[in-house]
Design a protein around this ligand. Structure first.
Ligand code: ATP
Ligand code: MG
Length: 570
């Protein structure tokens, strides 16, 4: 490609809302352009990168034995009603009507459509397993579209769906996809981890996320400093927390405890001279369900924090929001003085499982200005105990006993074991070995293909711009003609460009009538692995090679130049 033919509108300034390097540089270097909130175009350079990533994903998916298909983006609402998700998916699901008032959604994910494809077409266990995938557009009306391609509203996903006769076969494909994803992200040159994850709105049992480690990641991932344990903080486990300090010994009693509502745990711990470990903290939330709202109390140790996704899973709500003091009062709860004992009847509550059978604790007495001491957490219904707390840095690894740390990650892939959830709801069945009708077992597997374009840059950039790796760069080499008026320079650079291109190398020839400074700045911003400067030195038979990563310059002799470059670029 000659730069004079290339459409790559570079700018000095980034848009105001672009806070992350990938967002800033991809726009400034002319790889993408924004045309609405969470809506982006891929311009020529961005499109090359996007296609390269897509090709790696496609190649590995095809090798894995999956079949590529293409489903429509517009989906009849009735399919979503069949699965039961039409009413529970929330506002991310864009709903609309056609001229005959038929209802539709723009597909944010395609479980419903793919089940409909397979239903009545796969009828026997002999036709299983089957894996169908596509690489297409998704639409999610994200509450906060931001960070450019990382969280768009329209984006491209590779989504695959597998169908199985039993759980064992489903698990096998899950493991096979974990390997396939590992190959894909390794080929893309990314530093990633497969982590235990929460299954979210898609549902089902067992899921893993593929996280690229990056400072600007939106996800917190818990990693063991010693073994391979890694999990999203939403799903992370720890060995049970212990305390070196002796527990306070006291008979069960009610104490007058004048306490401000704010920081009540700290006050109570000081008041009774105990470690907050021995207090019970109550976190009261309003749970939003499809058809109702309910105030729910979550009880955890005083030195722990409620993990909201875990809490939401415990009560099965669509969302959890803060409850006001008035809302607490309306069901007889007093802010700052709630506890699991003597709760007003009908108040729904959950207790962190680490508190099970714990003794000598202090908690609110559900009476204004009073706390209980000498509390034993016993005799609660088994269903009240749930994992509710956020794992912290320094907690103990549940696998090996070493210390846990937390790092930031960007989710680039997610694989799920769905079980029979969707097939049962949509009555998609096959006949098993015994002639019995069974719902399909399913797995589903996503990769954020357009998000990956930005992830490449979050993972690799400097102050001047992008630093593409060889696997995904639009061009390997940028031949810069430093003075376009010098005919012999132009001839030499053009010959070299034509020769390398003819040999299949991806080369850009910067033949613009621009100053050298502009050209080198654009090279640094766009971030191709190498630039070759053809300029003054040519008279002495010398050109200069720039390594984008280090910005180091090496002088090369024109004799033997092609062979040297071919070796470097291969
Ligand atoms: P997130 O937690 O980041 O919102 P998700 O868990 O909702 O993602 P999945 O339903 O698992 O996403 O979708 C599969 C993949 O699609 C994700 O791993 C991610 O890489 C990508 N993806 C999801 N939402 C977006 C988005 N708004 N913009 C770009 N890519 C996305
Ligand atoms: Mg996910």
């Amino acid at each position: 490609m000659r730069y004079s033919n290339l459409f790559a509108p570079t700018t000095k300034e980034a848009p105001k809302d672009a806070t992350l390097p990938s967002h800033q540089f991809l726009i400034r270097a002319g790889f993408i352009s924004q045309y609405g909130s969470g809506l982006y175009n891929f311009l020529p350079l961005g499109k090359i990168v996007f296609d390269k990533i897509k090709a790696v994903v496609k190649e590995e998916m095809d090798k894995s034995g999956a079949n590529e298909i293409q489903m429509g983006v517009v989906t009849p609402a009735d399919l979503w009603r069949e699965s039961g998700r039409y009413s529970i998916f929330g506002k991310e699901l864009l709903r609309f009507q056609d001229r005959k008032n038929n209802e539709f959604v723009l597909g944010p994910t395609h479980e419903e459509v793919v089940v409909d494809i397979v239903k009545n077409r796969i009828t026997s266990y002999k036709q299983l397993p089957l894996h169908l995938y596509q690489i297409t557009t998704k639409f999610r009306d994200e509450a906060r579209p931001r960070f450019g391609l990382l969280r768009g509203r329209e984006f491209t996903m590779k989504d695959g769906y597998s169908f199985h006769k039993n759980e064992a076969s489903m698990r096998e494909e899950f493991a096979h996809m974990e390997q396939t994803y590992t190959k894909i992200f390794t080929r893309l040159g990314l530093d990633f981890r497969a982590v235990d994850a929460d299954s979210g709105a898609i549902g089902g049992s067992g899921s893993k996320e593929f996280m690229v480690l990056a400072d600007n990641g939106e996800d917190d991932i818990v990693v063991c400093e010693k073994c391979s344990y890694a999990a999203n903080v939403e799903a992370a486990k720890r060995a049970k927390q212990t305390c070196q300090i002796e527990p306070p010994q006291a008979e069960f009693a009610k104490f007058h405890t004048p306490t401000p509502v704010k920081d009540s745990i700290a006050h109570i711990a000081t008041f009774f001279k105990v470690d907050p470990f021995y207090t019970i903290k109550s976190v009261i939330k309003k749970a939003i369900y499809e058809d109702r709202e309910e105030i729910i109390a979550f009880f955890i140790r005083g030195n722990d924090t409620l993990q909201e996704t875990k809490a939401q899973n415990a009560c099965g709500s669509l969302d959890l929001v803060d409850a006001s003091e008035e809302e607490l009062l309306s069901i007889g709860l007093i802010a700052g003085f709630c506890g699991p004992l003597k709760l007003p009847e009908d108040v729904q509550f959950f207790i962190d499982e680490e508190l099970r059978d714990e003794k000598n604790l202090i908690c609110g007495a559900n009476e204004d200005q009073y706390h209980f001491v000498g509390v034993h957490v016993v005799n609660f219904n088994e269903a009240r105990y749930k994992d509710l707390v956020a794992v912290r840095i320094g907690d103990i690894c549940p696998c090996c006993g070493a210390s846990l740390g937390i790092t930031k990650g960007i989710e680039v892939g997610h694989i799920f074991q769905l079980g029979q959830k969707y097939a049962s709801a949509m009555q998609a069945t096959f006949l098993d070995e015994f002639g019995k009708s069974q719902a399909f077992y399913m797995g589903c597997y996503g990769i954020g293909v357009s998000r990956l374009v930005a992830v490449m840059i979050e993972a690799s950039h400097d102050e001047a711009g992008c630093i593409w790796n060889k696997q995904t760069t639009p061009f390997m080499l940028d031949i810069i003609i430093s003075n376009i008026k010098n005919e012999s320079d132009v001839r030499f650079a053009t010959d070299l460009y034509e020769n390398l291109s003819a040999s299949g190398f991806e080369v850009l020839l910067d033949d613009r009538a621009e100053r050298f400074g502009v050209k080198i700045k654009d090279f640094e911003l766009m971030g191709f692995p190498y630039a070759l400067i053809v300029g003054k030195g040519l008279a002495e038979g010398k050109v200069e090679l720039v390594d984008r990563k280090t910005l180091e310059k090496t002088s090369l002799h024109v004799e033997d130049l092609q062979a040297q470059l071919k070796e470097l670029l291969s």
